[in-house]
Design a protein around this ligand. Structure first.
Ligand code: FAD
Length: 477
């Protein structure tokens, strides 16, 4: 009898246990549903753009394998049982997604299908570990990364991802409704179409993911431990948006890393594995504290005196704060849908500490603009920087954006790429153009307050203000 495979956050054919399970059947209907209503937060603009291209790529792949992808819009709780009934499917397979918003809906659908005698099987794959599995010696979820990682790392190299099927059973002869046109979903922007920079930077889809992994292993793994903090050079993998859409799995990445004979030091390999582990930790935290996206993990921060400053928020969003490393990061985000991790930390610290703006405002902007926007990594990272999260950076550690720029963008390549109005500024003043003598500014074609903003806050004053705000909540019960 036929089977349905419901694709969700797993837009791939390899290491896809649900798809493999369907191969045992006489026919298969791979289906993706644009969920309406959806129990989860709607995708932001950048991820919607990615989804469009990722679905097009998946559809082409499934077509070649012999089972075209069906696109539908509506409520899966209604559509999946209807599709099973019309095609005579005896089984429905999917890979688990861990966003707490989906848990109840998926469990409800499973029970509903079981009542109708339809087998439902769900599989792991999005993560290396089920996020509820690891527990401390005291039997509770981890809150600190290092012991979590120590527990997680055991046996991590034994990953055995599944190969893609060579071919799929065809579709059932009857009962498959018409496929909606992907274009009609209008996932990519028009009027205005802001996706040019994304298009130039990324190749969404399974092939794009594996091509990126190969480039990373061949060209960037060697020296990763030391160079991964340099935003001006391509030193990291850029795999995050592919992971967010499930075009590649962490198991595939870890296996490829183990098998790669790139001349990388053990430190490079272990550092990279440990970064992949942060994504697991974020999901571990979110699944065990589902309110993490909207609520402070540390309730002391509920009384934090956040500032409601729309003009400062807008300057941060547009990359017009007058701090070159912050502005470069925010413009990289706007142009490419991605930002280097070091700079994410700097801009997040700047928003929450220099501008005293609630981390949730930054999280929401990232959610809309990041191609890798991920409910767990985004919220956990924002709370980590803001100081309100589990295992968070201590609040009083306030990044100095000038020193961060000078240290991690010493040759100025990053700032010059994204803040071209400063490109002729000598290195010595690039990260603090306000210190440059008039004749230097003149020679560089920089007129502060005209061609590039003056700093919207003074670092020292902002730092003092942030610490004073923190002191108000620090001793609260
Ligand atoms: P690599 O250095 O190549 O790392 C490999 C993989 O490890 C990444 O693809 C990612 O899956 C994982 N990883 C690396 N660092 C982290 C980290 N600190 N936390 C969680 N996973 C990590 N990452 C997201 O995937 N989605 C988000 O929405 C997101 N929001 C963030 C918000 C803030 C404020 C900060 C400080 C970080 C955020 N990160 C987020 C984490 C990190 O910045 C990105 O995962 C990383 O920059 C992706 O680039 P890469 O794939 O080249 O990383």
């Amino acid at each position: 009898q036929p089977a349905l495979v419901w694709f969700r956050a797993d837009l791939r054919t390899a290491d896809n246990a649900a798809l493999r399970a369907a191969c045992r059947h006489s026919a298969v209907v791979p289906v993706f549903i644009r969920e309406n209503p959806s129990p989860a937060r709607p995708l932001g603009g950048a991820r919607a753009w990615w989804l469009h291209h990722s679905l097009a790529s998946l559809a082409a792949r499934l077509e070649k394998l012999g089972a075209p992808l069906l696109l539908l819009t509506g409520d899966p709780a209604r559509l999946i049982p209807e599709l099973a009934a019309s095609t005579g499917a005896s089984a429905v397979y999917w890979n688990r997604r861990y966003d707490p918003a989906f848990q109840e809906a998926d469990a409800g659908l499973k029970a509903h299908l079981a009542d109708r005698g339809i087998v439902t099987e769900s599989f792991a794959g999005q993560l290396l570990h089920e996020p509820t599995r690891l527990r401390t010696g005291g039997g509770v979820p981890y809150k600190v990364y290092t012991p979590f990682w120590r527990a997680m790392e055991l046996g991590i190299e034994d990953c055995r991802p599944l190969p893609a099927p060579d071919h799929l059973p065809g579709r059932p002869a009857d009962g498959v409704p018409d496929c909606e046109a992907l274009e009609s979903w209008q996932l990519h922007p028009f009027k205005p179409d802001w996706s040019g920079g994304l298009q130039e930077t990324w190749t969404p889809g399974e092939d794009g993911a594996h091509a990126r992994l190969a480039v990373f292993l061949d060209q960037r793994l060697q020296g990763y431990a030391e160079r991964r903090d340099i935003p001006g050079k391509p030193t990291t993998s850029g795999l995050s948006p592919h992971l967010a859409t499930g075009e590649i799995t962490p198991a595939q990445i870890i296996e490829a890393l183990s098998q790669s004979d790139a001349p990388a030091a053990p430190d490079d390999r272990s550092k990279f594995r440990k970064e992949v582990g942060w994504r697991e930790f974020a999901w571990h935290l979110l699944v065990n504290d589902p309110d993490l996206v909207t609520s402070n993990h540390n309730p002391k921060f509920d009384d934090f005196p956040w500032s409601d400053n729309a003009a400062a928020l807008a300057a941060w969003q547009k990359g017009m704060t007058g701090y070159p490393i912050v502005d470069a990061g925010m413009r990289e985000l706007w142009q490419t849908g991605w930002m280097h991790n070091r700079v994410r930390m700097v801009v997040a610290s700047f928003l929450t500490k220099h501008l005293l703006i609630d981390w949730r405002q930054g999280e929401a902007w990232f959610w809309d603009t990041l191609v890798d926007a991920d409910p767990a990594s985004n919220a956990v990272s924002w709370q980590w920087v803001a100081g309100s999260g589990a295992d968070a950076a201590p609040y009083f550690r306030i990044f100095n954006p000038v020193l961060q720029g000078e240290k991690f963008d010493a040759d100025g390549a990053y700032v010059r790429r994204y803040v071209p109005e400063l490109k002729d500024m000598p290195d010595r003043f690039l990260h603090k153009p306000w210190d440059a003598p008039d004749e230097v500014c003149l020679a560089a074609g920089v007129q502060l307050g005209v061609t590039y903003p003056k700093p919207i806050v003074d670092h020292q004053a902002a730092r003092d203000r942030a610490l004073a705000a923190y002191n108000k909540i620090k001793d609260a019960a």
